[in-house]
Design a protein around this ligand. Structure first.
Ligand SMILES: NC(=O)c1ccc[n+]([C@@H]2O[C@H](COP(=O)([O-])OP(=O)(O)OC[C@H]3O[C@@H](n4cnc5c(N)ncnc54)[C@H](OP(=O)(O)O)[C@@H]3O)[C@@H](O)[C@H]2O)c1
Length: 288
């Protein structure tokens, strides 16, 4: 079976391809080409967001690929700042308009907190997240979304949705890479039948320069991105490597090797990587 055919089944019965293309920081004008190249080589899952400014480009790439719409899983994210029903609901329609699509396979709340509060405020916006959630639930009822989930939700944020709504999040998209493996949150999500999606699997590129990760990749005779992607894969996560380069996209999907249990344990204990300039992003510990 090709890597691209492998799926996980979410708690609503919908299957999600384990390998995805992330498109953060690909400019809208270049996105159709990147998405088309990825779909052409077999990728069947694309991960974008309202905040990336390239939803239009993703829609164009999907259409140009010529692959039937129902064979491609498309996810976008409701902007982190939209914590009321009306704005969240309107934003879903805007996403569909921009993409030129009738429905999305999934949308997720981009972050429990608006970006300018991440790492700065203890306000978890429980009410606001429930409002955004209800907007997404209604979009499911209207046939605009097939599945809904969340991103960077901690245990308390997940509990808020689980206890106060009738739809359990189908996924929790979180930062998981060698050097950053939140096993408690991964286990809590998976034990609750919530699929974990690993974002920034290559540490936003920072893994490439990490000597310890390089040494482990050499041991397996694979590239650093291949080791990183395989690591998240073996944690039973959906993996979302970003690349705008078709050569990279292709090699990133060549992960037909096995990391031993002993090395998985070692990799889980790796110390944090240096994100360099990307450390300013709230998702990597920075403040906006
Ligand atoms: N939910 C959230 O809050 C959140 C946050 C961050 C990310 N994400 C999602 O996760 C996706 C991936 O995360 P990310 O964009 O932070 O970074 P990433 O996938 O960890 O790393 C991407 C970087 O690695 C490079 N790269 C990829 N494959 C390579 C290869 N084979 N050889 C050499 N370099 C390679 C890319 O450059 P090239 O383009 O040149 O290949 C890019 O600079 C995002 O696109 C987004 O979809 C979500």
């Amino acid at each position: 079976m090709s890597i691209f055919d492998e799926t996980l089944t979410m708690n609503n019965g919908v299957k999600i391809p384990k390998m995805a293309l992330g498109v953060w920081e690909i400019p809208d004008a270049q996105t159709p080409e990147a998405v088309e190249a990825a779909i052409d080589m077999g990728y069947r899952h694309i991960d974008t967001a309202q905040a990336y400014g390239n939803e239009r480009g993703v829609g164009e790439g999907v259409k140009k690929s010529g692959i039937p719409r129902d064979e491609i899983f498309i996810n976008s994210k409701v902007a982190a700042e939209l914590k009321n029903y009306k704005d969240a609901k309107a934003s879903i329609d805007e996403t569909l308009n921009k993409m030129g699509l009738d429905y999305l396979d999934m949308m997720i709340i981009h972050n429990p907190q608006p970006w300018n509060e991440v790492n700065q405020s203890n306000d978890r916006h429980f009410e606001g997240n429930l409002e955004a959630w209800r907007a997404m639930e209604d979009a499911v009822k209207e046939g605009k979304l097939r599945t809904i989930g969340v991103s960077s939700f901690e245990k308390e944020d997940l509990d808020n949705i689980i206890k106060n709504s009738s739809t359990k999040p189908a996924v929790n998209q979180i930062l998981v890479h060698i050097g950053e493996t939140p096993m408690d949150l991964i286990n809590y999500s998976q034990e609750n039948d919530i699929v974990v999606e690993a974002f920034s699997p290559i540490a936003h590129g920072a893994a490439l320069n990490n000597p310890d990760i390089n040494k482990m990749a050499e041991k397996y005779g694979v590239s650093v991105p291949q080791l990183c992607i395989r690591y998240d894969w073996q944690l039973n996560c959906v993996v979302l490597p970003k690349s705008a380069n078709p050569t990279h996209m292709k090699s990133n999907a060549e992960i037909d090797f096995e990391i031993s249990d002993e090395d998985m344990d070692k990799l889980k204990k790796f110390t944090p990587v240096d994100y360099g300039q990307a450390g300013v992003f709230p998702v990597f510990g920075g403040k906006m």
